[in-house]
Design a protein around this ligand. Structure first.
Ligand SMILES: Nc1ncnc2c1ncn2[C@@H]1O[C@H](COP(=O)(O)OP(=O)(O)OP(=O)(O)O)[C@@H](O)[C@H]1O
Ligand SMILES: [Mg+2]
Length: 261
C-alpha cells in the first residue's frame, strides 16, 4: 500500500495506481483524491510522475494495476472518447496546440475530441455539419473572448507569442465547460503579471469547477490551492494544506535533493 489519505467527497481519484513504462516502475501505488470544488495541487521534483498521473486520470495511459474513480464510479481505465462526456478536460505540459490549425480551430477541437498530440488532428478531416460547426465556432469565440485571445482567432499557433499560445490552450480546455480541469504547468514560461492573472482565474473557477493543478511555481501553488499532494520518484510522500506541505520534512528533503543534482 502506498501513502493513503481518505478524503471526503473526492470527485476524481486514483486508487493504488501502478504504471510501468519501458520496464521502469514510474507510479507506485499512487492514491490521489481531488475533493469536489477544490483547487488541488500536485507537486514534486522533475520526473516525479505528475504528468503520468494526469495521463492516467485522463485516459491517455492505462495503469498496470489500480483504478481511476470519477464521482465515485470505478473505471479500470477512462476511455478517452468519454472524457468530455465525463466533464473532464486537461491542458498539456507546454502548449500542445495543433500547428496547422488556427487558434479558433484549435479551441473548437476542445469541444469535440480528445486533444493528444499535434500530429493526429493535422490529418483529421473534421466531420462537422454546417450547423454544428457554427455552434462550435460561437462557443469557441465566446471562450476566446473571455481569455482575451479573440483577436488572434485566425492566426496559427507558431505565429503567436508563447503566453498567448498558453491562453489559447486554456481556452481549448474550457470550451467544453468541464466540471473537472487538469492543468499541467499552466504558468510555465509566462510572466509574473500573467501568473497573477492566472491565479485569479483559477480561483474564480472553484467551486463550480474542480481543478487539479501541476505546477513548479510554488508561490502560485501555495496561493491558489486548498490542498496539495506531493509526489517524489513515483510515490506520494506527503499531502495536506499548503501550510502543512510547506513545512513537511519529507517535502523539503525531496526538493533539496533536486537542487543538489
Ligand atoms: N514513455 C516513457 N518511457 C519511459 N519512461 C518514461 C516515459 N514517460 C515518462 N517516463 C519517465 O517517468 C518519470 C515520470 O515522468 P513524468 O513526466 O510523469 O514526470 P513529471 O513529474 O511530470 O516531471 P516534470 O516536472 O519534469 O514534468 C520520469 O522519470 C520520466 O523520465
Ligand atoms: Mg510533467
Amino acid at each position: 500500500m502506498g501513502y493513503y489519505l481518505p478524503l471526503t467527497n473526492p470527485v476524481l481519484e486514483t486508487v493504488d495506481v501502478n504504471v510501468t513504462l519501458s520496464g521502469l516502475h514510474i507510479l507506485k501505488d499512487v492514491s490521489i483524491g481531488v475533493p469536489r470544488g477544490s483547487v488541488t495541487g500536485l507537486i514534486g521534483p522533475n520526473g516525479a510522475g505528475k504528468t503520468t498521473v494526469f495521463n492516467v486520470m485522463s485516459g491517455f495511459l492505462r495503469p498496470d494495476s489500480g483504478e481511476v474513480r470519477v464521482e465515485g464510479r470505478r473505471l479500470r481505465h477512462i476511455a478517452p472518447q468519454r472524457l468530455t462526456r465525463l466533464g473532464i478536460a486537461r491542458t498539456l505540459q507546454g502548449v500542445g496546440l495543433f500547428p496547422s490549425l488556427t487558434a479558433l480551430e484549435n479551441v473548437m477541437l476542445g469541444a469535440t475530441v480528445r486533444v493528444r498530440s499535434g500530429i493526429v488532428a493535422d490529418a483529421l478531416a473534421l466531420p462537422w455539419t454546417d450547423a454544428r460547426q457554427r455552434q462550435l465556432r460561437d462557443q469557441a469565440r465566446a471562450v476566446m473572448e473571455e481569455f482575451a485571445v479573440l483577436d488572434v482567432a485566425d492566426r496559427r499557433p507558431g505565429e503567436l507569442p508563447y503566453p498567448i499560445q498558453k491562453r489559447v490552450a486554456l481556452a481549448r480546455a474550457l470550451v467544453s465547460d468541464p466540471r473537472i480541469l487538469l492543468l499541467d504547468e499552466p504558468a510555465g514560461g509566462i510572466s509574473a503579471g500573467d501568473m497573477a492573472d492566472l491565479g485569479g482565474l483559477i480561483k474564480s473557477w472553484a467551486p463550480d469547477r474542480t481543478v487539479l493543478l501541476v505546477e513548479h511555481h510554488m508561490e502560485l501553488v501555495m496561493d491558489v490551492c486548498d490542498f496539495i499532494w506531493v509526489l517524489d520518484a513515483g510515490s506520494v510522500i506527503a499531502a495536506g494544506t499548503p501550510e502543512q506541505v510547506r513545512s513537511d520534512p519529507a517535502v523539503l528533503a525531496a526538493y533539496l535533493g533536486e537542487e543538489a543534482h
